[in-house]
Design a protein around this ligand. Structure first.
Ligand code: NI
Length: 170
């Protein structure tokens, strides 16, 4: 499985609203497998198709800490059906903003509808880390990054830090 290139901020595709998938085809299944391989290699716990240059509503998630406990989730056209009133603050990062982290407030629990890799309609209820990860990845499909949940000041601080890190590496 080829590793895909992960786009970084400020790539314009990361700000675009991704198109729904009409049918879960072999191409979509291959995309999800490649996204998982790319995510594991990064390493990361979630990846959205726009991050690898494909503006379609597809995400993959796996919270497993090591290879032996892998439990990949492949979600096509995921949508938040319900979100808890209770909100929690958790630290987030993103493969499109390498080495940048911030505390983000989001609903503690969500119910998400999606289609699985066979095209079957499914629902998942999640709290904790999984709820967090699902919301973060679904945001990507609407062109929203975790820094968009922060104040302008904190967002600019992270973007400046990212730019500085790039200059140091260059
Ligand atoms: Ni992300």
């Amino acid at each position: 499985m080829p590793l895909l290139q992960i786009l970084q901020v400020p790539h314009p595709l990361l700000k675009r609203v991704a198109a729904p998938v009409e049918r879960v085809t072999d191409d979509i299944r291959r995309l999800m497998d490649d996204m998982l391989a790319t995510m594991y290699a990064a390493p990361g716990i979630g990846l959205a198709a726009p991050q690898v240059g494909v503006s379609r509503r597809v995400i993959v998630v796996d919270l497993a800490k090591d290879e032996t406990s892998r439990a990949p989730l492949r979600l096509v056209n995921p949508a938040v059906l319900w979100a808890s009133e209770e909100q929690v603050i958790m630290e987030e990062g993103c493969l499109s903003l390498p080495d940048q982290f911030a505390e983000v407030r989001r609903p503690a629990a969500v119910k998400v509808s999606y289609q699985d890799e066979s095209g079957a309609a499914r629902e998942i209820e999640a709290d904790g880390m999984l709820a967090r990860c699902l919301q973060h990845e679904i945001d990507h499909l609407d062109g929203v990054l975790f820094i968009d949940h922060l104040s302008l000041l904190r967002r600019q601080m992270i973007l400046r830090r990212l730019e500085k890190a790039r200059r140091v590496r260059a």
